[in-house]
Design a protein around this ligand. Structure first.
Ligand code: ATP
Ligand code: MG
Length: 491
């Protein structure tokens, strides 16, 4: 659990920081901010002295609304039907807004979280040699007719015609497209294999029952990787490599995912695994063996099976959200499209393929399902849309004199902790009480909420720091805050 370990190490340092509470140490020379904007400055930034960066202030941002549950239901065009926790929270705080059945506007915080998730995915995929591509969503019918999936995928395919009557579908997945692309390459040599190509794009599926917000949409983001190898043995190695990269990704996000034996469904092939996040709202039924670690989607087992097929011990039934799926495809697609490479002997040979999906938007909702309380979103540290929210004193309150200190703290953080530039928000809605804004900040799940309250007027000033992912609240001097935040990892 990466972020937990990280937070734990932060809490081990409280001892060090207590020392800082009373010491007033001169700050090291501060690097000049690189955010020297000239010309047009968006109005959500407060203007400041030239060359010192800009503050991101909440009152001027596209502010997601705090909706009541009944408002959420009416937004979704439903009456009284229960939605799951991630859907309710995401709608309530304005992370998403319904556009049509199974389609959502992704609002600024969600886009920031998704961009971070994609950066972590890029790191993991590129660490195993993945190269990023981007294929069109419009996919010609003839490719799908070649594999018979034009008909076999049935109503799930969203089909359309252009002005010339030519038929297309909006890609629900891209095995056909990528295999045709590789088949068009005359000069592919065994020396270039394994080839690992991936993309992060919108996928379209006319789901019979779109529901649970981003968990099951009709238009959603998927990371899909396709691999090409020279032999079944090499393809199995690549398969393990990608599975390990998935495990590493979920570890870094602090998510406990299990890899289960899975059904190959309409994609086909011979071996398949799903990465399942174990939460109650999950639509998949799983069987896990506490004895030997065997785990499978119930779809792959006989429903009456109660004992582990590997060790005969009793199986435990549980539910999961499928966040990733891997398939070893063999030559199922390469043989249809003649996707070949030149082998060691200079002869054409069919590529052995694998395909690997990750539900990018589904993961965003799934982490909320797994980590949030009933009322408060919690993000894996790496995905939090913003890392820090500073709450300045209420206008007209006794602490108002500390308002300027909050602004200065903002500047010190972004100057002394370069990775936090663009990650710190100032909640300047000073007509609201600190308590109200703290409640909001709690709901949004910023990993660090820093309040300039009464003790900000002490000498030296003490800020109240809420570390949301560990549940700790501590008072720290400016130096203490900087030391704590310098350990935050940002992707
Ligand atoms: P499911 O069984 O949940 O319908 P699937 O097996 O049809 O999913 P795959 O074809 O394996 O899905 O797609 C790869 C990944 O894309 C899935 O593991 C999942 O995380 C994500 N995904 C699939 N369908 C959706 C959807 N309708 N909305 C959001 N994400 C999806
Ligand atoms: Mg699947």
């Amino acid at each position: 659990m990466h972020w937990c370990l990280h937070s734990a190490s932060a809490s081990l340092r409280w001892g060090v920081m207590e020392g800082l509470l009373t010491r007033c140490r001169a700050l090291p020379a501060l690097a000049t901010s690189s955010h020297q904007l000239s010309g047009y400055v968006p109005h959500r930034f407060h203007h400041r002295a030239p060359g010192r960066g800009k503050r991101l202030v909440l009152s001027r941002m596209f502010q997601p609304q705090n909706l009541r549950e009944d408002q959420v239901l009416s937004l979704e065009g439903r009456s009284g039907e229960l939605t799951c926790k991630s859907q309710r929270l995401m709608l309530q705080v304005g992370l998403i807004h319904p556009a049509s059945s199974g389609c959502y506007h992704l609002l600024p915080y969600t886009v920031r979280a998704m961009e971070k998730l994609v950066r972590v995915i890029d790191q993991e995929m590129q660490a195993i040699g993945g190269q990023k591509v981007n294929m069109p969503s419009l996919s010609p019918a003839e490719l799908w007719r070649a594999t018979s999936r034009w008909d076999s995928m049935g109503k799930e395919l969203l089909k359309l015609r252009d002005r010339h009557g030519k038929e297309y579908c909006l890609g629900p997945t891209h095995e056909e497209a990528i295999t045709a692309l590789i088949a068009s390459q005359q000069t592919l040599s065994y020396k270039q294999l394994p080839l690992l190509l991936y993309q992060v794009t919108r996928k379209f599926r006319d789901e019979p029952r779109p529901r649970f917000g981003l968990l099951r949409g009709r238009e959603f983001y998927m990371k899909d990787m396709y691999t090409f190898d020279s032999s079944p043995e090499a393809a199995q190695q690549t398969y393990s490599l990608v599975c390990d990269a998935y495990s590493s990704l979920f570890d870094r996000l602090g998510l406990q995912c299990v890899k289960v034996q899975a059904d190959v469904g309409s994609i086909g092939g011979t071996t398949s695994h799903e990465f399942q996040l174990l939460v109650d709202v999950g639509e998949d039924r799983l069987a896990v063996c506490p004895g030997c670690g065997f785990s499978a989607n119930m779809e792959t087992l006989d429903l009456s099976q109660t004992n582990c097929p590997a060790c005969q011990g009793p199986l435990t039934k549980t539910k999961g959200i499928e966040v990733g799926h891997t398939f070893y495809l063999g030559t199922k697609y390469s043989s249809i499209f003649s996707a070949q490479f030149t082998n060691v002997h200079g002869k054409p040979s069919l590529a052995e393929m694998g395909c690997y999906g990750l539900g990018v938007t589904r993961i965003l909702a799934a982490v909320i399902e797994a980590l949030a309380t009933e009322d408060c979103i919690r993000w894996p540290g790496l995905l939090a849309p913003y890392q820090v929210c500073l709450v300045s004193p209420k206008k007209g309150s006794k602490e108002e004199a500390a308002a300027e200190l909050t602004g200065h703290l903002y500047d010190h953080i972004t100057e002394a902790v370069p990775q936090l530039r663009g990650e710190v928000l100032l909640d300047d809605r000073t007509h609201l009480t600190i308590g109200n804004r703290l409640k909001d900040a709690n709901k949004f799940g910023y990993p660090f909420v820093i309040i300039a309250g009464k003790r900000a007027l002490d000498d030296p000033a003490q800020f109240e720091v809420w570390c949301q992912n560990t549940g700790e609240v501590v008072f720290l001097t400016r130096e203490g805050v900087l030391e704590l935040l310098s350990q935050v990892q940002v992707v």
